[in-house]
Ligand binder design. Sequence first.
Ligand code: ZN
Length: 132
Amino acid sequence: METLSVRTSSRTDLRDITGEVAAAVAAGGVSEGICVVYVPHTTAGVTINENADPAVRSDIAATLERMVPWEGPYRHSEGNSAAHVKATLVGFSAVVPVTGGRLALGTWQGIYFCEFDGPRTRKVHVRVIPAH
Ligand code: ZN
């Protein structure tokens, strides 16, 4: 398993990690299998979406903000409940098929680390499970 370090730069930050994940997959040397991208945090997640128009990324972030505003009412004493809820909505893992040693992403897909309580330095685990 490879662990990436991701430095985020604002409270909400959807960061394209496709290149880093692809490099980890290539370094692993598995030709056919499944790549699991896992975020071991409670206020950040991972998703796959469009890599062409950056407005898609900002629309996702803005829509999540409208759905789950930073100011409550929330009960969690740490004051970052919105980040926990957004992370749960996005999810903590992404699965991508690997074929020919490469991620089988669609042409317009990228992998996004989703920070909801930044800026921080975060971890992302990448593991390729061989098909056979
Ligand atoms: Zn918290």
